[in-house]
Ligand binder design. Structure first.
Ligand code: IPM
Ligand code: MG
Length: 358
């Protein structure tokens, strides 16, 4: 029996619900496989922990967390704790401290979704956003000046290092090559951001030169956002800075008809640290505790986790079950126009898992 250790960080709000309900699916996958055991360790860090202890995680949290093969995260953020406190107390330290400098976010339309775009089909919305995940606009540096005076101001820095920029762009080209995709688009804003984004463009050109077989193009992010809506079939691989990728992937997910469905993988490619898998949706305090959160984003993230752990068969049957539940349009949570609970969707996924195995 092969054993893998997974650290579970349900976090806050609907994160707790979608991770807890997903455990039923993990159990089912283990049962069907027969040779794998996923050892789950629950960590109760998050906003409730913060209100008790004054920190989002213990002082040696990263060390505790690092001791595993992968991390599954729900979502972070709750009323009563300012979002920047929870984010900089837990999410950023993990992504940055564990050198998870690649954020993979597939935007993939499935039959059965209700896209707000009238021509959406599985063959014309299917691309990968590869987001820089360790620096850029999220580097965390800045200052407040002249506080309390009429000259008060806030300065927020962006940091783009040659190392950080070139590795994510190279990763995007390698991803394209590996998946036979012939086009990489870089999101830029170098017409205005004449330090950071002119630098980003320079590195993009340098890296692109070693991939003559792959088409490359820099696009201003505003025009690119328009292209997401008008010509998504032209997108194969998009590479972006941290903030640009954050915004573009909510847009991409909304194009599918629900933000509740999209997954995300924070990857440390060297495997020096565990990678972390999380749905792209937030903690949604407005529906937290009602049992109606969409579990598909968390389950699809689990698919990415299984792929990362070299369990492609498990990943495949889970993705197939997700796809078939969506295509049937019967069992779905309210964000997708349905009436079902998180639990009912998870149970339906398990039923499909049994069927695919038969
Ligand atoms: C995401 C989220 C986070 C981000 C927030 C919660 C800090 O929006 O994962 O997309 O901006 O990265
Ligand atoms: Mg986001």
């Amino acid at each position: 029996m092969k054993k893998l250790n997974i650290n579970l960080l349900p976090g806050d709000g609907i994160g707790i619900e979608v991770i807890n309900e997903s455990l039923i699916v993990i159990q089912k996958l283990e049962e069907l496989h027969g040779g794998i055991s996923l050892n789950l360790r629950h960590l109760d860090w998050g906003c409730e922990y913060y209100l008790k202890h004054g920190t989002m995680m213990p002082a040696d949290g990263l060390k505790i967390l690092a001791d595993c093969d992968a991390i599954l995260l729900g979502s972070i953020g709750a009323p009563g704790v300012p979002d920047h406190v929870s984010v900089h107390g837990l999410l950023m330290p993990i992504r940055q401290g564990m050198e998870q400098y690649i954020n993979m976010r597939p935007i993939k339309y499935l039959d059965g979704l209700d896209s707000p775009l009238k021509n959406a089909r599985p063959d014309n919305i299917d691309f990968m956003v590869i987001r820089e995940n360790s620096e850029g606009e999220y580097c965390g540096f800045g200052s407040l000046r002249n506080e309390g005076t009429p000259e008060e101001m806030a300065v927020q820095e962006s940091r783009f290092s040659r190392k950080g920029t070139s590795r994510v762009i190279r990763y995007a080209f390698e991803y394209a090559r590996e998946h036979n995709l012939n086009n990489v688009i870089s999101a830029t804003k170098s017409n205005v951001l004449h330090y950071s984004m002119v630098f980003w463009d320079k590195i993009f050109k340098e890296v692109a030169a070693s991939y003559p077989d792959i088409e490359s193009r820099s696009m201003y992010i505003d025009a690119l956002a328009g292209m997401f809506i008008l010509n998504p079939q032209k997108l194969k691989v998009v590479v972006s800075s941290n903030l640009f990728g954050d915004i573009l992937t909510d847009l991409g997910s909304a194009m599918l008809g629900s933000i509740g469905i999209s997954p995300s993988a924070n990857i440390n490619p060297e495997r020096k640290f565990p990678s972390m898998f999380e749905p792209i949706h937030g903690s949604a305090p407005d529906i937290a505790g009602k049992g109606i959160a969409n579990p598909l984003g968390a389950l699809w993230s689990m698919v990415m986790m299984l792929q990362h752990l070299n369990l492609p068969d498990m990943a495949d049957i889970l993705l197939k079950s997700i796809t078939s539940v969506v295509a049937d349009r019967k069992v779905r949570t309210p964000d997708m126009g349905g009436k079902n609970s998180t639990r009912e969707v998870v149970q339906e996924i398990c039923k499909r898992l049994d069927d695919t195995n038969r």
